[in-house]
Design a protein around this ligand. Sequence first.
Ligand SMILES: *Cc1c(COP(=O)(O)O)cnc(C)c1O
Length: 491
Amino acid sequence: MTELSDFSAARSATIRDAMATINASGMQMLLLVDDEGRFLRTVTDGDLRRLLLSGAEMGDTLEMLPPLSSVTAPDDTSRKAALALMDRHEINHLPLIDGEGRIVRVLNRRDIGTPILLSTPHMGEAELHFVEEAFRTNWIAPLGPNVDAFEREVADLVGVGHAAALSSGTAAIHLAVRMLGVKPGDKVFCSTLTFSASANPIVYEGGEPVFIDSEPGSWNMSPVALERAFDAAKAEGWIPRAVIVVNLYGQSADMDALVEICDRHDVPIIEDAAESLGARYKGKPSGIFGRMGIYSFNGNKIITTSGGGMLVSDDEDLITQARFLATQARDPAPHYQHSQIGFNYRMSNILAGVGRGQLQVLGDRVESRRGVFEAYRDGLGDIAGLEWMPEPDWSYSTRWLSTLTIDPAVAGVSVTQVIARLAEEMIEARPVWKPMHQQPVFAGCRHFAHGNEAVSDRIFETGLCMPSGSNMTPAEIERIIGVMRGLLKDR
Ligand SMILES: *Cc1c(COP(=O)(O)O)cnc(C)c1O
């Protein structure tokens, strides 16, 4: 880091000294200060050039500079406000000044202009190799050797018999829902605390989602609420066609308990592991506990193909059928013949190449994300009112997103305030998923709670997702912690 003294000068400095200072610091300007160290003005190369052109000598001092009111800001100025100021004045450096007029720091547009986002793609070294190979061999069309290999590699990694690479996780859920025979009017149980893509495919097929609450221990589907829903269904004389169990933020649901209940009622599970590739439940890979499981390779997930998904199952017939439906349901005939409505849901050979490269670094990405979570917990663990998303004994979470709840009565601030404060510093944080039973689009759907109140409602009101990318630097994490501490301390 460049020290302030490395690019400051007194009025007694010569033009030659000033040029040498600018040259050495790489800052393209220097800070003129008085004897008490108070800020006077900035001096650029151009200012010195103009002095020389107007007749000054290299040995003359900076006393010759005319006074100038340079743009400065108080030292508690947010990054967003600082950038706005720099934009307005078309400058790249902004001195921050304390109450005494001394320079605390100089913000450099290059350093502060980049936001920290929630979860960004993080490429490894091999992706380009697989993509180049696809180009070299002209396997650009959908399907091809990367697709076959990617399916095999994912299936082997999670220890499942078969996998179909698809255009998205949503497509995978849709095919699973369709293959389980969901018809108009059929009910499907689905975790309520999730992204809408878990539930939308039920509606694509004319089905009716019935939402199931979370349990506090894992934030995932509550076996108690699920049992209640089955009891109600039985009393009313219906049975759901399927149960969609979501593994939230990189953590498996309590699958043994959920599988036991569903087996007892003979209802198949679709495991939505879009967020939990690389996680483990009782030592086994997440995503393989249902009749079918799905993964997502969307741009914000732990590994990405920029967009894509995978359907996995031990049932080979289901995966064969999924591939058939995903390629327009073409009957095996010499001409184009269709006996069913199909979809265009397959992953391209190019994107599967990206996926193969990403799969090689999945373990590293999981470790990094867990490291991010640990860093937050270490840096903020002493602040009252914060509770970190729990990780039960049986869970090995990827911590896809680092999440916590903030009790406003104890912490003195709400999640909304935290998000707003972080945004001022160009740090992206978000609320946790808004439960599906609270969504306007699902207003007519039923919901079964874990207790007297919905656990998911409380998590939504107080939950916060922190930036969690595996490519964040320690300095970025430290900065985020600093902003959080500044807001939360002494309350
Ligand atoms: C991302 C996500 C999906 C959808 O996956 P896409 O690949 O984006 O279609 C489904 N369910 C959950 C829980 C997700 O987070």
